[in-house]
Design a protein around this ligand. Structure first.
Ligand SMILES: [Fe+2]
Length: 168
């Protein structure tokens, strides 16, 4: 949340605030993903994370598009929730042990990130609807759909990796 607190006087204020929070969260993710991509040994997981890195860059551009239309700057928030989630993923990727168990742990951390984002995007999409900002709502819905898709893909990959981790 905010580095310094500004008054929240309207849903529009809250909308901008939460978009900034998501903007910071997405930027943290683009910094953090390469380490996880490097660490994972499972090809399907590696390519899913690589693909999500590309998708995330597009999501950042979508947010920038919204901010430019709003005539507001995208920076100014620090997403502490994402910081914590990423720290957990980093810790997981630094562990020694069974490759399958570590990969399963990376998926677990990545799915926490996806769910956190889904909550955030669902909220701002709803605010955009309420504010009559149909174009913003559509852009945010696209991102929400991508996050859901990433989550489903991770669940699919986990089905194999969890079993390998169990057998390790
Ligand atoms: Fe994202």
């Amino acid at each position: 949340m905010a580095l310094f607190s500004m008054d929240l006087n309207s849903l529009r204020d809250l909308f901008i605030d939460e978009l900034r929070d998501l903007y910071d969260a997405e930027n943290q993710i683009t910094e953090a993903l390469p380490k996880l991509i490097e660490k994972t040994t499972y090809p399907q997981l590696k390519s899913a994370l690589q693909e999500h890195l590309q998708v995330t860059r597009g999501q950042i551009r979508r947010l920038e598009q919204i901010f430019s239309r709003l005539n507001e700057k995208p920076t100014g928030e620090s997403c502490k929730g994402m910081k914590g989630l990423i720290k957990e993923g980093d810790d997981m990727a630094s562990r020694d042990g069974s490759e399958a168990a570590i990969d399963a742990g990376i998926i677990s951390a990545a799915q926490r990130v996806e769910h956190y984002e889904m909550a955030g995007y669902g909220t701002v999409r709803t605010y955009a609807d309420l504010l009559g900002e149909k174009e913003f709502a559509n852009l945010l819905q696209q991102t929400l759909d991508e996050e859901k898709e990433a989550d489903v893909k991770l669940t699919e990959i986990a089905k194999t990796i969890n079993v390998q981790a169990k057998a390790a």
